[in-house]
Design a protein around this ligand. Structure first.
Ligand SMILES: [Zn+2]
Length: 448
């Protein structure tokens, strides 16, 4: 197999505390060498000077919609979108139609990851109905990396407790979607001043926090690994912080929209902003950022949730919850965590690579010599405006359309193969958002 060398980039590998100008040699689909001025005469040279070279991003919360809603996304279109966003490893949620509660479906999902590696998450209960546990040993043997009824909480504490016990026996975490349906009711946005002003039915922060507290208690009780999905409130961050201090085996993630948007944004009634849990207040955003900075929050995941235009072109209350996020994961993180001064670039990248890989105990998220060559090359400083036509996902429900972000993926390498490379005049320009950094960007793109 042909060798390839990424020459002169700023190599950042949070797992090994690497941050230096180095070359990366790729051979036989794996990382062969990292060093200064590597001599590799036979290798294809790629000049990445001025760009960041990091491990391919690991997104542990993705809805690929296949089987069942192939009009919204397929495993092929979802992974095509993933590598456009620099994501090379995806954990796929099981709330498909049918739910992934059978080993044959686990194998089906896993086998269809082409451009990116897909790790299936299997359901906790049959049909995600919250009643009968799935056959976790068989699901794990087929390739399930975790168990989740994401989309809803497991209502019965008894079922959840047994789920934690069984998952722990097969050595895999349970991922909890924490929302008490009785407290959510028919709510569609965060309860507060903004919901009163908008005249929309509210969801209190407590709807999330009571379930976070319950599941932490059950994790402490069973000693089983619990991962809390999409933490969105200050109260949840504090509950996880205390649980970790007490030695409870809990990890958690948040999503870019919980540190970049607030309930005030819902004033626009843009149905892309309808999401579960809902967008919170600016005080919650501050708490989420603190949780990311102090290690309480282990990972940033997109909760990529494609929905068709017909489903989202309705009144705010009638729209299904969810927004796409695979492709904006990196630029939103760079814009709101790094360029805002809240975190360093290596620390933020840790939350997108080694952090999520560790939380689910899956491969990837590092540039260690010998591992599969999954790499993202990006320009951290380019400003650009997100155009609706820029996305590769089958769906368009992104609240970031029309917004200006800083940082852009130039190239994605998956298993040693270039699966995305930005053209010198890319499709992102069609949205009219090229702006002033145009000449500079074209020059960089040509170098890549
Ligand atoms: Zn969820």
């Amino acid at each position: 197999m042909k060798r390839m060398i990424l020459r002169g980039g700023r190599v950042i590998d949070p797992a090994s505390n690497t941050d230096a100008t180095l070359d990366v040699l790729i051979a036989d689909g794996a990382i062969a060498e990292i060093g200064s001025s590597i001599d590799a005469a036979d290798a294809t040279e790629i000049d990445v000077s001025g760009l960041v070279v990091a491990p391919g991003l690991v997104d542990i919360h993705v809805h690929l919609r296949e089987p069942g809603r192939e009009d919204e996304e397929t495993i092929a279109s979802g992974t095509h979108a993933a590598v456009h966003g620099g994501v090379t490893t995806v954990a796929a949620m099981p709330n498909t139609e049918p739910a992934i509660d059978d080993p044959s479906w686990v194998e089906y999902v896993r086998a269809r990851g082409r451009e990116a590696t897909v790790h299936p998450i299997a359901a906790i209960t049959m049909g995600r109905e919250g009643k009968t546990l799935t056959g976790m040993a068989e699901l794990e043997a087929a390739g399930a990396v975790a168990f989740s009824d994401d989309g809803c909480s497991v209502l019965s504490a008894n079922v959840m407790r047994r789920a934690l016990e069984y998952a722990s026996m097969v050595g895999r975490p349970v991922i909890a979607h924490c929302e008490d349906p009785a407290l959510v009711g028919h709510g569609v946005m965060h309860e507060g001043l903004a919901s009163t002003r908008a005249g929309l039915r509210p969801i209190p922060a407590a709807a999330e926090e009571v379930m976070v507290a319950r599941d932490i208690i059950l994790a402490a009780d069973t000693g089983a690994r619990l991962h809390i999905a999409h933490v969105s409130t200050a109260g949840s961050v504090e509950l996880v912080r205390r649980a970790k201090a007490d030695g409870v085996p809990v990890t958690c993630e948040t999503c870019p929209h919980y540190f970049s948007l607030t309930d005030d944004d819902v004033r626009s009634y843009d149905t892309s902003l309808r999401v579960n849990p809902p967008l919170r207040t600016s005080a919650d955003v501050v708490a989420i950022m603190e949780g990311l900075a102090d290690g309480t929050i282990d990972a940033i995941a997109s909760d990529h949730a494609p929905h068709s235009l017909e489903e989202k072109q309705v009144e705010f209350d009638a729209a299904p919850p969810g927004m796409i996020g695979l492709e904006t994961l990196l630029p939103v993180t760079l814009t709101h965590l790094v360029h805002s001064g809240a975190m360093t670039l290596p620390a933020a990248l840790g939350l997108l690579t080694s952090g999520p890989a560790r939380a689910l105990d899956i491969p990837g998220g590092t540039l260690e010599v010998g591992v599969q060559a999954d790499i993202v090359v990006f320009d951290p400083n380019t400003e650009w405006t997100v155009g609706a036509d820029w996305f590769r996902s089958k769906s368009r429900n992104s609240p970031f359309v029309g917004r200006t972000l800083t940082g852009r993926v130039r190239m994605t390498i998956s298993r040693g193969r270039i699966v995305f490379e930005e053209e010198s005049h890319d499709e992102g320009c069609s949205g009219g958002g090229c702006g002033s950094g145009n000449a500079e960007r074209d020059e960089l793109a040509v170098n890549v």
